[in-house]
Structures are given as C-alpha cells and as structure tokens.
Write a protein that binds this ligand. Sequence first.
Ligand SMILES: Cc1ncc(COP(=O)(O)O)c(C=O)c1O
Length: 389
Amino acid sequence: MVRSSTRSVHGAEGRDRLTGAVTTPIYQTATFGFSKARDVVKAVKGESSSFVYSRWDNPTVRTLERKLAELEAAEDAAFFSSGMAAISTAVIAMLQARDHVLAIRDLYGETYRLIHDFLPRFGVKSTLVDTTDLRAMSDGIRKNTKVVYVETPTNPTLKLVDIREGGGIAHAKGAKLLVDNTFASPINQRPLKLGADLVLHSATKYLNGHSDVIAGAVAGSRDLVGTIKKMRRVLGGTLDPHAAYLILRGIKTLSVRVDKQCEGAERLADYLSEHEKVVRVNYPGLESHPQRELAKKPMKAFGVMLSFEIRGKMKDAMKLTESLKIATLGGSLGSVETLVSQPATLTHTQLSPGERKRTGISDTLVRVSVGLEDVNDLIEDFEQALAKV
Ligand SMILES: Cc1ncc(COP(=O)(O)O)c(C=O)c1O
C-alpha cells in the first residue's frame, strides 16, 4: 500500500480471522492464559509470538503499532499512555549517565522540563540551541552527544527544522536524531524517510483526532523500538487496549481529516494576515514565512496549526479567545473541533517571560488548531471576536 489514505484505513488491519469482523477487536485483558507451562517459558523469553501480560504487549495495541509503523515508514512502533510517556521513555532508553543531549530551544513545555531540568539530575547534560540555526546545532554537538532532539514545525511559533540536514549533523558525530512529528502528522511529513532515527507523537492530537484519548507513540527501526519497549516494561507507561481501539478508529480518517484541516488553515491564515488588528501570522504556507521554501521540501501541505499576534496587550488576546463562539478556548490540538489557546497563559507558562520572548511567544500570541468546521463559519467567528477587541 503506497498512499496514505489507503494506509490510514487498511494499514495493519484486516478481517478478524475468527469472526470476520472488519474492525480490530478490543482485547480488554490484563493477562493471557497458557495450557502448557513450557509455552510460558518460551513466551517470556520472546521465543514465541504469544502474549503474556498487557503491560508488555497486547493484540489491540500491537495492531495499532503496526498501523503507525506503516504510516511512518518504520520497521516498528510502540504506543504509550501519553505523548510524554513516549518521549520520556524513548529519550531515557537512548541515554546513560555522562551522555549529552542537544535540543532546539522551542520545545514543548514538558519536553523542555525533561531535557533541561530532569535529565541533569541523572548525570545527563543538555544544550539548547536556536531552532532554525543548523550551524549552532553542529557546533553544539559534543563527543558524548547521543541524542539530538527536535520538533518541527514547532509549538506555537511554527518554526521549521531541516530534518535532512539535522540527521546528517547528528549522524556525523554518532548521535541519533529524534523528531517530534506531532504538529505535521505522518500525512504531511515522514521524518524517518528524511533521515531521522526515531519519530515521536503525542497521539492525543492528530492520530486520534477526537479529543477523547491521551496517548503517545514512537516509531523507528526494530532495533531502537525494541530497546524502547524494554524500557516501557520497566517504566510502565503502556497504552490501554480500549484507548488503542479508539486511536485505530481515529487513524482511519487521519488522511481526510488532515487534508481538509490544512485547507481550512491556509484559508484562515490568509484571512488573518489581511486583518488590521493582526500584527503577524505564523504559518509555513504564507509568503511572509521566512522558511516557506524549506516547508515545501518535506511537507505535503503546510499544516493545520497556525498562530498569530494581535495588536494590544495580554488582556486583548484574552478578550479575543473568550469571544469566539465556534472555536473552543482550551489546550490541545489536532482534533475535529477548532481549538485556540494563548501560549503565554496556558501552554507556555513554565517559561519565564524572558524565555518566552526569546522564542517569539508574545503576550498577544494566539495559537489555532483548525478543526473540521466549515472554514467560512470559522472566519466569521474570528471576525466577530476580533471586532470585540
Ligand atoms: C508537540 C508536542 N509534543 C508532545 C506533547 C505531549 O503529549 P501528551 O499531552 O499526549 O502527553 C504535546 C502536547 O501538547 C505536544 O504538543
């Protein structure tokens, strides 16, 4: 299967062999029984494909993992109970005391906490470099750098990292490139094909797409994912089978959702960029985006996320976000409903005002995750809300 919409529907799933059911059953079981004691020994040693215990592996979760592996062009994938469980387990699995991590400055808040505050407690130092500065990335790599960690496009300022170049820089010094692909989704960007070693997701977002599950995932080579799965057994951030079923269901419409949402985002970005009360729109598809050409290379479309700054003060942006009637003010993204947030008051409060300024997060910046509503209704909604500011 070559095309992503076909992969989204059929990838890793077929009719259930026992009943012919066209959807994957939910194996809502904590453990699996055996008839022969010798089979237990084999299964525990990994010498058979039998399931043992659902913290280790579960058939519904396994099917989901195979589906994501197909979407991300990976050999294998692992799912977790949250995006942060996936990120922390994968990062920890790649490191030992005295190793070094190089990461971009524009990290998701909790990933920043993991790399910047938590890892040093265990003897792993980190350096944060300017997100768009490949030279700084190359200069920042040390002999003991094991992980180069990037997100692209970034949250919430939609900066881009050149994955191909980043992979080259990391590999030249023996480090692995980890890419958080949450914002692009595998429909718009497949980092493993560009040279990344591992791709990470908050599956809470586009993969599931319906704001009803918290989940995370990592995909890559069988070898690396195998190491991460061993760590998952220990740290225990496994995904529940029912949540896995919901994500399998969500992924079936991933391709159509993302394509349609990208169309909406492009229209909304155009509209906002013409509005007199808007100072700046961050959207890779706009001519004004400094990295538009770079976005064209790896990305199929310019994405579903955008952010914009309005004239005025923090309270004006607050007024705008609470005046919207269709778009919902709230955290998260990548769902069927349009979600808006003000990073300075919600998602990026962990950063000091100075750190926020340095990454381009002003007090009046508003982030939008465009949903599946009619974009004309959305534009009218923003029009009436902007009029109240
Ligand atoms: C880019 C990115 N990565 C990781 C995460 C963490 O995912 P989760 O909330 O599922 O733990 C988020 C959450 O918003 C995110 O936006």
